[in-house]
Ligand binder design. Sequence first.
Ligand code: M6R
Length: 579
Amino acid sequence: MCGIIGYVGSGRASQIITDGLKRLEYRGYDSVGIAVRTGPGRLEVRKDKGMVEEISTALRFTSIDGNLGLGHTRWATHGAVCKENAHPHADCSGNIILAHNGVIENYSKLRDDLASKGHKFASQTDSEVIAHLIEENAKTQPLVKAFIRSIKQLEGSYAIVAMGASDTEERLFMARRNSPLVIGAGKGEMLCASDIPAMLKYTRTFIPLQEGDIAVLSRHGYKIYADDGSEATRKQITVDWDVEMAQKGGYPHFMLKEITDQKHFINESLASDVSGAWKLIDAHERVDIIAAGTSYHAGIMLSYLLQNSGKVAQAFIASDYPFIAKPDKKTLLLAISQSGETADVLQALRFGRGCKKIAITNVVGSTITTLADCVVFLNAGPEVGVAATKTFTAQLAVIYKMFYGKDKLKELSGLIETMLAHDGEIKAIAQKIAGKENAFFIARGRNVPIAYEGSLKFKEVTYIHSEAYPGGELKHGTLSLITEGVPVVALAPKDETLPKLFGNIREAKARGAFILSITDDDEVKKESDISISLPPGMDPILYPFALIVPLQLLAYHTSVLRGINPDRPRNLAKSVTVE
Ligand code: M6R
């Protein structure tokens, strides 16, 4: 959701920034822009609504000369999607230029104050106010001080990268609060961006900023100032992800690549250290699990496993947690977030003040890692497709490792490979359902979170309305929607849930539903219009892993058949950094 990239060094800033903007696309956006300092006192700004490829080509981004610049992908919050509201934004004189992610809550008051001092605004955004605020403060003090002073006047969330046309040096000014921003340290060049993959081509050394940090970058290095204005040192991290991992590698879409990648990454996920997390869980009376979307589905699975082991545990939708829960010192907060930057999740964690906290995340250096007492990494490599796929499986893997140990899960990679081999069959099934308007996913017990996730994946990339239920719930209302030809996807492995689920399959079938089952049971296969087979004799604890893979492929192929780009479904962002 919005992306920023900045560069200072001896390279061609416009080229590096345009390349970074392409890598930030997956976060979700509607407009794009670039600003490059072309010489002392001179800035060139080009921006418009639209996609990076289209706009950067039409406006010839890479033709701009200069070694200092910044770029932005905007996901509208304040003001319509239009050229004027696209970033970067400038002050009145065109000297200060900046890009901002987040929401400035007191922008209206600041704007009125600045307007009364004569400032003229060119957009409806909250972000533009920051450029004018810096301009105002710079009337009486040097730019660094003016920048710091301006940041202190902001309320809300922000990741800001700014520069000055007539600054005495080539510098980038950065600030972050509740919105991610990372420094990338290269040789004789410095970068900054909303996330690491945008900078991987240039460096593997990163310095994530902490909440309230302000930083100044020049080609020779960086200085960080903490919330209280004192100079601060922040941990430098090295990541072993390479550029290749964040590219499509011959696949038509990231989503397909990432579904396929699961067979490799699952072993990395299983290598993750869960012992610290388990100790904390053991030491608490109650576990509140906080997450959103796909990660929430993994959270439901965790709550089932914890409840099954006798623990008091509940999974909460992160955005609702503060309205529902009353965590105390006996409560352990366990947050699951692929990106580690989801605003709803971070807010819920902060709400649990005084509680011990565990974070399960994929992103080293993400904000969530700074809030938690113990972090479990997914080790799934960068996930670029908006739809979470391999990271859901990785979440399940680390969760299952806590309960069953690594040995019990050593067949996982092979199992995923076996399920991936159904790809051709699933593509043919997708052809049968791509023209439908509704779909329903049913399961029971531990398979229910997988049905939820299968349904979410399906609706988000196909735009077909879809719902998921524990099979027993159908007769309490939803059955009225099951009519001739409506697809019902039944997760029907031969476990203790099958006898009852079989009843639900028959109920749906009797109303004319098109039954697609994923099963290892011959009777279910006979009752179904079409089936995807689970491997015979497989270990029942691994059923959720075997079920999710065909559901991901079904969503993917149906999406492509409907002419949708599954990597970038409409209205959605990979990293949801606003509440
Ligand atoms: O990064 P997070 O896991 O915190 O993201 C939470 C949700 O936005 C995310 O899981 C979303 O539901 C998926 N991308 C959907 O595929």
